[in-house]
Design a protein around this ligand. Sequence first.
Ligand SMILES: [Cu+2]
Ligand SMILES: [Zn+2]
Length: 180
Amino acid sequence: MKNFYRSAAAAAILLVGAEVSQGAETLKYICQLKPTTGNQAHGFVKFIQRKHSVTIRAHVEGLPPGKHGFHIHECGDCSAPDGMSAKGHFNPGRHHHGGPSAAERHAGDLGNLNANAQGVADYERTDSVIHMTGSDSFLGKAVIVHEKVDDYKTQPTGNAGARIACGVIQTKEDFQKEKQ
Ligand SMILES: [Cu+2]
Ligand SMILES: [Zn+2]
């Protein structure tokens, strides 16, 4: 398993390099998702700065097929075996929970991943609610993937069930340093 992570991280660094050299996009932050105890979900989330928005791209594998709640949580701590150390949804604006396109939502409400029959999900969203910098920045927070679909209604969680993967959002520089 350790070797697997090392090679996954090496692949991610190559990816980071390729994206930076394109120049059109600036990859700022990256999050490596690791499975919580008893689960297999793993992958990467990338945060790309746009002029007035942030593009979020995720590639996650090892998922049960179907939809899985996908959020930024308020505490950048994945130390608990069940991911509960990441606490609740990232919500600096003190709003109610909702879907990613709802007028009322937590900043961390990124919707759902949708895994295919092979357990692979690709996600892309350009979001103008979350902020890369400033006092409400999501840097250093956690990304959580849930067992079940986020229904966009149930307060304050979307009723998405257990946490199957967790990762802390790091700057690209810190991520690369850690993997060397
Ligand atoms: Cu969540
Ligand atoms: Zn929420």
